[in-house]
Design a protein around this ligand. Structure first.
Ligand code: ADP
Ligand code: MG
Length: 677
């Protein structure tokens, strides 16, 4: 006997019932036992005097009238009797459960769980509890049409009876002691049938820890397999050249930039296959770090590729890299979807021959026809814009280059642990010195004119302004119309002193680039745009970011947009124009005005909206856990990760008796599909 036995080993489970259980994802005893209740009903018997109208309660009393069954039509029935508690008599009715009649015996004590109607002084019964009932809670499970609560409870009880002694511990003893966790057996019992709140709490703590810990053991296992089995490239860069390159940059690197550069260079130099996530708030200076690392690869004799999600961003990175590498012989090229066929025909053979050192581009870079001579480093910018699949294509490209993923959407630590668990993480947690914090204000739509008037004083100083119109999800055509309207209004408002430009998703790339160029060259002072400028655009002279209907954006997106200003040495402003309909909307606007820290924001956003809303579950690669919740149980997740890491760091931990149970358990369960889809 073992927990992996099929549920058909339980008495009363035949083919039909097995099928019902399977519809809940349950085929083995283990799965049945770990199908935990999602909530509990308080079934402690209560006194009539203390209960409220419409409350769900258990009432205990004596049956004082015989049960009368009336049937109406096919399958419908009502069972009625009276009960007495102390000296109060009340009516009890059960609907469509005629079989309960025989359990209602005159003059005997009974306990009924149901909903109380204070006006009618009657209880609509839901179930009769066994008379010896001691438990204070009844489990409630996720079920479906093919199986009922009571059936499931019976089956779980039967499974515990028959297999209870076969529930083995799967966590190391040292961890049970360290965190005072219940044994697996105790916890499983108490998850289903807790004695009281305290017992339930302890069981839950243990089960959550277990789920996270098993997951982390698997993830860390992947990471180690990656490191030991498949060696990556060794990029033996020229340290002197690298130092000289850093020394000639127009600014001193921040301490955080130095630290992450070292972390990345160390990975490149080693034979391990680098998979590193570089997180840094908007404006923290990730591009320079990328440039330094790509330069390092070049001095080691390798090519580098920088992949970004949009044409505009590719264009801009291309320009800033050209500037950064102006004093070096490094050869840079740009490849996007709109690269002309003729240019492309020239470029691809050069790339293949190794004549190009660094290539910047969009998805165009991962097409089959793009061949490198000796690609050593791949960097993706604005990582969150790429789906799990694109990440995989990159990772699985035959040549196994080192890979660096950069993101400016700070991911809360806990999510980084889960979504990017197989990666190492570097964080730039500091902005270049001399930046003045952006001042964020939330104003109501009726204050628009006043805001536009106020903006004149900034524009008069020669500064520039972005005006963002929201995406109306259903229709790009509507977005454009909306943006056009605002564009016309602003053009009129500022005519003839200031020039307004318009940028939207339906424009051709060449048009977009031309407008961006005009804005950069200050021919335009105001740029009205849909969110196409969301990522990465760098115009240090722009000091106002005005966001229309700001409540339509997620916090992370607002923060991204805000990051487009405050890039120079002047004071900058972010104005959120919004009239949120509900409290959560107001709360989000308020949070924006209170913090400039992207990490704090993303934690708050997650707490307010949950991971599914914030990231779009499937897309993001964030795993779903059975019972644990990555937001609410974040602290346990972190501890579980640390402990799993510590074990994987022990040489040959697999042969130590202490870890035999966890080893056996992990080998027995397939990496849970929901973790890795
Ligand atoms: P990110 O991509 O992280 O949002 P960027 O790399 O675009 O940020 O850098 C933002 C701006 O800060 C750029 O104009 C860049 O030249 C400048 N910058 C980067 N690092 C430093 C530094 N250490 N000191 C001063 N300015 C810096
Ligand atoms: Mg950037």
């Amino acid at each position: 006997m073992q927990l992996s036995d099929a549920v058909t080993n339980l008495p009363g489970v035949g083919a039909k019932r097995a099928e019902s259980l399977q519809s809940l994802g349950i085929t083995t005893i283990e799965q049945l036992l770990t199908h935990y209740p999602f909530r509990y009903e308080d079934i402690k018997a209560r006194a009539l005097t203390e209960i409220q109208d419409q409350e769900k309660v258990t009432l205990r009393g004596i049956v004082v009238s015989p049960a009368v069954l009336s049937r109406f039509g096919y399958k419908k029935s009502r069972l009625q009797f009276r009960m007495m508690q102390e000296h109060d008599v009340f009516q009890v009715s059960f609907f469509n459960q005629p079989f309960l009649k025989e359990k209602i015996i005159l003059s005997e004590e009974i306990a009924v769980y149901g909903k109380w109607d204070a006006k009618k002084k009657s209880l609509t019964g839901m179930k009769i509890l066994s008379s010896g009932q001691q438990e204070e809670f009844a489990p409630i499970y996720h079920v479906n049409k093919s199986i009922r609560q009571t059936t499931l409870i019976q089956l779980i009880k039967a499974a515990l009876e028959k297999y209870g002694d076969w529930i083995e511990e799967n966590l190391p003893q040292s961890l049970l002691q360290k965190y005072r966790l219940l044994s697996r057996k105790e916890a499983i019992y108490a998850m289903h049938f807790p004695k009281d709140m305290q017992a339930h709490h302890q069981a839950k703590r243990r089960i959550i820890f277990e789920e996270f810990f098993i997951f982390q053991m698997q993830i860390q296992g992947l990471k180690y397999a990656e490191k030991s089995e498949k060696h990556g490239l060794m990029l033996a860069y020229d340290n002197d050249k690298l130092k000289a390159f850093i020394a000639q940059l127009p600014f001193e690197l921040t301490a955080a930039q130095k630290r992450v550069t070292n972390e990345i260079c160390r990975d490149m130099l080693s034979k391990k296959h680098m998979q590193r996530l570089l997180q840094g708030d908007v404006g923290s200076g990730k591009t320079v770090v990328a440039a330094i690392c790509m330069y390092a690869a070049v001095t080691a004799g390798f090519q580098s590729a920088l992949m970004v999600p949009t044409e505009i961003l590719a264009q801009q990175h291309y320009q800033s890299l050209q500037q950064l590498f102006a004093n070096t012989p490094v050869k840079i090229a740009l490849l996007t979807g709109s690269t002309k066929a003729k240019e492309r025909e020239q470029l691809l053979p050069q790339l293949k021959a190794g004549e190009i050192d660094i290539i910047v581009g969009t998805h165009a870079l991962i097409q089959d026809e793009v061949d490198f001579s000796h690609l050593g480093l791949v960097i993706t910018d604005e990582q969150h814009r790429f789906g799990v699949n694109q990440r995989k294509i990159l990772r699985e490209k035959g040549w196994r280059p080192d890979v660096l993923f950069m993101t400016a959407t700070p991911i809360p630590r806990t999510l980084a642990i889960t979504a990017y668990g197989e990666m190492d993480v570097s964080i730039i947690d500091e902005l270049p010195a001399g930046r003045i914090p952006i001042e964020t204000r939330w104003v109501l739509p009726k204050q628009l004119t006043a805001t536009l008037d106020w903006a004149k004083s900034e524009l008069a100083k020669g500064h520039q302004m972005y005006v963002i119109c929201p995406l109306i999800e259903e229709s790009e055509a509507l977005d454009v119309e909306n943006a056009l309207k605002i564009y016309h209004e602003l053009s009129q408002f500022y005519d003839p002193t200031y020039q307004v430009g318009l940028l939207h998703g339906r424009m051709k790339n060449a048009e977009k680039e031309a407008i961006m160029q005009q804005f950069k060259e200050k021919e335009l002072q105001i740029l009205v745009s849909t969110t196409v400028i969301e990522v990465g655009v760098n115009v240090p002279n722009a000091t106002i970011m005005l966001i229309i209907d700001a409540d339509r954006f997620g916090l992370a997106q607002l923060h991204q947009l805000r990051g487009r200003v405050g890039r120079g040495s002047q004071a900058s402003y972010c104005i959120l124009l919004a009239n949120p309909k509900n409290e959560m909307g107001k709360e989000r606007m308020k949070i924006m005005t209170e913090t400039n820290n992207g990490f704090v924001l993303s934690e708050k956003d997650l707490a307010l909206r949950g991971p599914g809303e914030v990231f779009g579950q499937r897309q993001s690669g964030i795993p779903l856990f059975g019972f644990a919740d990555i937001v609410n149980d974040a602290h346990i997740l972190e501890v579980a990760q640390q402990e799993a890491q510590a074990i994987w760091q022990i040489n040959d931990w697999q042969v130590l008796p202490e870890y035999a149970p966890i080893q056996a358990y992990i080998n027995a369960v397939q990496p849970n599909e929901r973790f890795f889809d």
